[in-house]
Ligand binder design. Structure first.
Ligand SMILES: [Zn+2]
Length: 68
């Protein structure tokens, strides 16, 4: 599933809301997102492939294993 680069949601490849930019086709969920992209494509096209950083924070607390 292609991702709408503006809002980040998944869109169907069958949508007519698509745009070719730098030889790559981008799909959009709404005319609004497409217009956003058209007005400032470089804002949404950053390098190759989007990297999602998931900040996993697991609060690992050490248990005092030496106490009975
Ligand atoms: Zn969108």
């Amino acid at each position: 599933m292609p991702i709408d680069p503006v809002c980040g949601m998944e869109v169907s490849e069958e949508t007519e809301l698509k745009l070719e930019y730098n030889g790559k086709v981008y799909y959009f969920c709404s005319p609004h997102c497409k217009a956003q992209f058209e007005s400032n494509p470089e804002k949404y096209v950053k390098g190759e492939g989007m990297k999602h950083e998931h900040g996993h924070k697991h609060g690992h607390k050490r248990h005092g294993c030496c106490c009975h």
